[in-house]
Design a protein around this ligand. Structure first.
Ligand code: SAH
Ligand code: SF4
Length: 391
């Protein structure tokens, strides 16, 4: 581990039960739901079956009213309504971009707000979800990084973003209608606000729910978790979640990465790559995505491209180039288009897929790294960021 000040994680996750309020069933694992039902009077012998029934209503049919759970006896429904709720985050605002991208601002317990983005494409629809309100890390090119961590999201608030998006897209099955093969919401990326590996358990529980075959039922191949490089938690992503992994790499020397992704001061490039070299064995050789934001005159030279290839040698990988998305006061510029293309060519010729991510929803500030809750006004100024990063 390298020197300099440690980056600490100051976590605060609110309990699922608000004082004197009903318990939210959304976000509980099957085991936790079973225990909770038993603790509130469901006979132990019936509990597993009841979980199965309730689970299908919540996650397969999108129902939140116990009264509509018609395969449960009426008195039992009333009992459930007494102790529990099926609650989702509340939509505060929704903006739709010219390209069809939808950005939702959602309110969660405590009055905090997070952003969630839906990106429609021809053959898929991707939901970009948040895992924290704000972020403890301070990547100098990221809008969320200018906002302090307020708190971790609960598993219910993480999976709740998926439920809300499906509500808004009208994607719950209509009884009797033929099954729609192409889903509007077919993929999830944990690339919204926050560092998912600093909220591991809640992210894991929520993604397990998203993958559960009797509910939302998304394949683990359609879920991608992006991390800035929390090295000790990387292996768990494969063993405990099993989803795809993306790494916010962004620089090819420690000197530059220290400035762009300050967690590099804690776990540097060599340590990160070591963790990634053992990762494919855990995840059946699936490729790791290396995200690389293209910042003019900072990390976009031919030498950078060549160094990148050298560094990742031996790791099954694809490299996703992200043209920098500007935000008010951002201290960088996007690399010129032909520079990005040249960078991509070098990588492609070395045998790696090197797609350039098309910025989506720019007109509504919904593109990568532009998210930030409107209520959080602790934005640092451009000068402050420059002073801290030295760039
Ligand atoms: N905290 C996680 C996931 C959220 S950020 C992480 O850092 O990986 C999702 C991706 O968007 C990351 O690769 C991040 O580096 C990138 N990003 C952040 N700000 C950006 C910006 N302004 N323009 C382009 N990409 C950005
Ligand atoms: Fe946090 Fe990711 Fe933004 Fe860095 S890029 S500040 S880790 S959300």
């Amino acid at each position: 581990m390298s020197t300099t000040a440690p980056i600490t994680q100051d976590v605060l996750t609110i309990p699922r039960k608000l004082p004197d309020g009903p318990i939210n069933l959304v976000g509980l694992t099957r085991d936790a739901m079973r225990d909770t039902l038993i603790a509130h009077g469901t006979p132990e012998k019936q509990a597993k079956m009841r979980v199965g029934q309730i689970w299908q209503w919540i996650y397969e049919k999108g129902i939140s009213d116990f009264d509509a759970m018609t395969n449960l006896a009426k008195p039992y429904r009333a009992e459930l309504a007494q102790h529990f709720t099926v609650a989702r985050p509340e939509i505060v605002s929704k903006q739709v971009s010219l390209d069809g991208t939808r950005k939702y601002l959602m309110r969660i317990a405590g009055g905090h707000e997070v952003e969630t983005v839906y990106i429609p494409e021809e053959d898929r629809g991707t939901l970009c979800i948040s895992s924290q309100v704000g972020c403890t890390l301070t990547c100098s090119f990221c809008h969320t990084g200018t906002q302090k961590l307020v708190r971790n999201l609960t598993a219910g608030e993480i999976i709740g973003q998926v439920l809300v998006a499906r509500d808004d897209l009208g994607e719950w099955p209509v009884p009797g209608a033929p099954k729609n093969e192409t889903r509007l919401l077919s993929n999830i990326v944990l690339m919204g606000m926050g560092e998912p590996l600093y909220n591991f358990e809640n992210v894991r529980d929520a993604m397990k729910i998203a993958m559960d075959p009797e509910g939302i039922s998304l394949s683990r191949r359609r879920i991608t978790l992006s991390t800035s490089g929390v090295v000790p938690e990387i292996a768990r992503t494969a063993t405990e979640i099993g989803c795809q992994l993306a790494i916010s790499f962004h620089a090819t020397t420690d000197e530059v990465r220290d400035k762009l992704v300050p967690i590099n001061k804690k776990w540097n490039i060599a340590e990160l790559l070591d963790a990634l070299r053992t990762y494919p064995k855990l995840s059946n050789s699936e490729r790791i995505t290396f995200e690389y934001v293209m910042l003019k005159d900072v990390n976009d030279t031919d030498d950078d491209a060549r160094r990148l290839i050298k560094l990742i040698k031996g790791i099954p990988a694809k490299i996703n180039l992200i043209p920098f998305n500007e935000w008010p006061g951002s201290p960088y510029e996007r690399s010129d288009w032909d520079r990005i293309q040249k960078f991509a060519d070098i990588i492609y010729k070395a045998g790696y897929a090197s797609p350039i991510r098309t910025p989506r929803g720019e007109d509504i500030m919904a593109a990568c790294g532009q998210l930030k809750s409107a209520t959080e006004r602790a934005r640092k100024s451009r000068a402050q960021i420059a002073a801290e990063t030295g760039l």
